[in-house]
Design a protein around this ligand. Structure first.
Ligand code: BTN
Length: 325
């Protein structure tokens, strides 16, 4: 661990409390100048540390930077190996490469921002700096490819629970089949699970679960094409240490899910959080948009819809858009 990381560890363990340079230097066995330099480097990274004569350095309680040290300070003992980077192309893309090279389950990569964030169906995921959370984790569940959908559906439940917990239940999270979490009828989170399959057994070699959450309003707002469909969980309201808190809570909820992600209770919660059941929607496939009504989500997490000619279908891929009539 670098000195910068060690200093942040100390400050994160006691957010809001002051440490003198001499105290930190003694604890970490380095000079005061080395501590001063580490503090300057942390500030350059955007960590809000105040320095008061005769009191020392304080990590401001309202600081909203994102760091592995900050997440660990909240989580305590964890099975996750957490890494935070400033900028990556896509945390999913990076982790797929690592998983291919044999990296273990539980490796978590979080980015402050992504330059090529990916969404489902070949779309981009808007991933600006400072206001979002872009988190991927390597999983190696004993699952066949047909059941891989349960990773996404269970993760949607985990994220919904985490959002509600960090908001002290002031925010209500709903799920739009199959991979989106909504707040106030707009999308705040997208989930992308990418898997590699062993063709002989039909089982998963590994999966990379990627979660992107708009936590606060982006500094330069959402791009025009997203303004009507996307929002952030907390908008411009002041939230202390919210990126670390939400990342920790999501990891905590993910670790509580059953190992193979197939669980009746989690699926029931997914259903009860569904904003689509009973709604008139369009089943979208390529350029085709078929009007239908959503009847239910079945035990395989498929969306059961009835078309206008009375025929019914279980959808396991593609997406639906909500009709206003
Ligand atoms: C969607 O909305 O269709 C899914 C969006 C998934 C975004 C997350 S952000 C972390 C991970 N890295 C990516 O490039 N995508 C996922």
């Amino acid at each position: 661990m670098s000195l910068k990381e060690k200093v942040l560890n100390e400050l994160e363990a006691n957010r809001g409390e002051s440490f003198s340079g001499a105290q930190l230097a003694k604890t970490l066995g380095v000079s005061r100048t080395a501590i001063w330099k580490a503090i300057e480097d942390l500030r350059k990274d955007g960590v809000e540390i105040s320095a008061v004569t005769n009191k020392g350095y304080t990590l401001k309680s309202e600081d909203n930077s994102l760091s592995a040290e900050g997440i660990r300070a909240i989580l305590g003992e964890t099975e996750y190996d957490i890494h935070v980077e400033k900028t990556v192309t896509s945390t999913n893309t990076v982790l797929k490469e690592l998983a291919k090279d044999g990296e273990s389950a539980g490796y978590v990569l979080i980015a402050q921002q992504q330059t090529a964030g990916k969404g489902r169906l070949g779309r981009r995921f808007y991933s600006p700096d400072k206001t979002g959370l872009y988190l991927s984790v390597i999983l190696k569940p004993k699952l066949t490819i047909e059941n891989a959908l349960f990773i996404t559906t269970s993760a949607a439940v985990a994220v919904s629970r985490a959002i509600e917990t960090v908001s002290n239940n002031e925010v209500k999270a709903e799920i739009k089949w199959v991979n989106d979490v909504f707040v106030n009828n707009k999308k705040v989170c997208g989930i992308l699970t990418e898997a590699s399959v062993d063709f002989e057994s039909g089982g998963l070699e590994y999966a990379v679960l990627g979660i992107g959450v708009n936590i606060l309003a982006p500094e330069s707002d959402f791009p025009d094409e997203l303004k009507n469909v996307a929002t952030s969980v907390f908008g411009n309201s002041r939230q202390e240490n919210i990126r670390n808190r939400l990342a920790a809570e999501i990891l905590r909820e993910l670790s509580r899910l059953p190992e193979n992600f197939m669980d009746k209770e989690v699926l029931n919660e997914y259903r009860s959080r569904s904003m689509l059941i009973g709604k008139n929607v369009f089943a979208v496939s390529g350029d085709k948009k078929d009007p239908c009504v959503v009847l239910d989500i079945d035990d395989r997490a498929r969306l059961i819809v009835r078309f206008e000619d009375g025929s019914e279908k279980a959808l396991s891929t593609g997406e639906v858009s909500i009709r206003m009539n």
